[in-house]
Design a protein around this ligand. Sequence first.
Ligand code: ZN
Ligand code: ZN
Length: 97
Amino acid sequence: MGQISKWECKKCGYSVNMSGGHDRGFIAVTNTFQCTNCKKLMDISVGKYDEDGYHEDERNYYCKTCNNKLEVWDVRKKPCPHCGKPMIKQGCLILWD
Ligand SMILES: [Zn+2]
Ligand SMILES: [Zn+2]
């Protein structure tokens, strides 16, 4: 079951609603990416499950706003795209699947 949470940086106040790393719904799989140009985090669908199992899309992802190549977010350090301090999960908002 996929889960969107509110994440917040206590240092600069940046907040975003996202899964925060690999997440899996009934069919779709998402991962969290960051645009270093827009300084934004976003969940992107990276693959799906079907009868044959899991298929991950082997490709690069680009920012919809600026077309910059996106980087996979570091889920270990959880850096804020603005100030680099760790983002803190505030709680579950939506179960998306
Ligand atoms: Zn910050
Ligand atoms: Zn961008």
